[in-house]
Design a protein around this ligand. Structure first.
Ligand SMILES: [Zn+2]
Length: 416
């Protein structure tokens, strides 16, 4: 049965997509994938695998829990070959970091007087200045477990606390991408230029859904190649081309696919803050920053100074405690986590010893702006490739500043 299914698939698939079958062979022909296909692909129907279901995203010190959630047995059908290869080492590294949590915290405390920092309440934030003016151009950088593993082997040898602190930050950052890619099946194939192709794909799916007989969307080779970069989408294309997969299930799948494409398109859209208020030329943002106790004014000053350009409309923070409508700022003690904003529960998550620039970037999300860096997963090198512009705070979040183009978006969306 196993062989038969594969032969059918292969023949069918090959006849449609001769050009890229060879690129995707590694992606599709793996034992675990076959197993889940034979068991009726529960994976796509499993509600725990709904995309963007990132309620559980936040984690504090306990990296081991997080890594167990991501690299679990039930997520194996989302692994790529290098995820299998690295898994054991990843667990080893995370266990080592967990053992050294106290040392890492202590290292941040001890080293911070040597660094440019700003204290707000009981928290410390790094306030690095740029060595040189950032250039307004697109660059790429690459991040991978292979690099982390090499760094870890050296850290083990030297046992230098600063190396462990750096490793901790690095691991917590990459895990956030692993979580989205492996656990939530988020598509890591988009770049800054992918909106048009996503819109075209969306249009084709909508046309197909309007015709109750349609199970063939008719993707072009370019669209197919683009979608094949994501494991969830590869699976979708595979099932849609599987003659043995029932038609009613294919129709459900196409509907689900439309929802995923919609959330991929969301990352290019402005997100209006539902509790922001316009008062003449000022956009007022209610925020609960009681975490800073008597030092709330310092935070407000940093954000307002960074976001308000010399001319035009302004933003203003209104300190307002929950349960009144307010974005709630949380800060975790454990340094090194990747900060984020959640609109669903109106919260901002920062970490002690994070950067001031990060704080300013996250506030951009509260205002409704999206990330303007684009991370995609490169299977051939097992790396995340980031496209970013270091002059733009929403893109190069450790170097950039607020630009007139950010204000163009704010003006357009709030002062209609
Ligand atoms: Zn961001």
């Amino acid at each position: 049965m196993l062989v038969k299914t594969m032969n059918n698939f292969y023949k069918h698939f090959k006849s449609h997509y001769k050009i890229i079958i060879y690129q995707n062979i590694n992606l599709l022909f793996r034992p675990i994938l076959l197993l889940s296909l034979l068991s009726g692909c529960t994976f796509l129907n499993n509600s725990s695998k709904n995309r963007n279901q990132s309620d559980n995203k936040y984690f504090n010190g306990d990296l081991v829990t997080k890594i167990n959630e991501i690299y679990s047995k039930e997520n194996e059908d989302m692994y790529d070959s290098c995820d299998y290869k690295n898994k054991e080492k990843i667990f080893e590294i995370v266990l080592e970091i967990n053992k050294k949590d106290d040392l890492i915290k202590k290292t941040f405390q001890e080293k911070s007087p040597e660094l440019p920092t700003i204290k707000i309440g009981k928290y410390t934030f790094l306030n690095y200045k740029n060595d040189k003016d950032p250039t307004n151009e697109w660059k790429t950088s690459q991040d991978s477990w292979n690099d982390i593993i090499a760094f870890y082997e050296n850290a083990k040898k030297s046992d230098d606390p600063v190396s462990w602190a750096r490793l901790n930050r690095w691991v917590r950052s990459i895990i956030s991408d692993d979580e989205d890619r492996i656990k939530y099946g988020i598509f890591y194939g988009s770049t800054r230029n992918s909106e048009p192709i996503l819109l075209k794909i969306k249009e084709k799916i909508e046309i197909c859904l309007k015709n109750s007989e349609c199970i063939n969307i008719g993707f072009s080779i370019d669209e197919f190649t683009f979608l094949s970069k994501g494991r969830l989408y590869s699976r979708f294309l595979f099932l849609l081309n599987d003659k043995e997969y029932p038609i009613n299930k294919k129709r459900n799948l196409i509907q689900k696919f439309l929802n995923w494409i919609d959330s991929d398109l969301d990352r290019y859209k402005f997100n209006i803050n539902p509790i922001a208020k316009i008062e003449d030329k000022t956009l007022v943002i209610p925020i609960d920053i009681s975490v800073f106790e008597a030092d709330e004014a310092s935070f407000i000053d940093i954000i307002e100074t960074a976001w308000n350009l010399s001319a035009g409309n302004k933003i203003k923070l209104l300190s307002q405690k929950r349960p009144a409508p307010s974005f709630l700022l949380n800060i975790d003690d454990m340094p090194g986590g990747r900060a984020f904003v959640q609109f669903k529960n109106q919260s901002i998550q920062l970490f002690n010893f994070g950067r001031i620039k990060t704080m300013i970037h996250e506030f951009g999300h509260v205002l409704g702006l999206r990330d303007e860096y684009y991370t995609h997963w490169d299977l051939s090198t097992c790396s995340y490739i980031d496209e970013y512009n270091e002059a733009n705070i929403m893109s190069g979040s450790s170097t950039g500043v607020v630009l007139p183009e950010h204000w163009e978006k704010l003006n357009l969306n709030y002062w209609k």
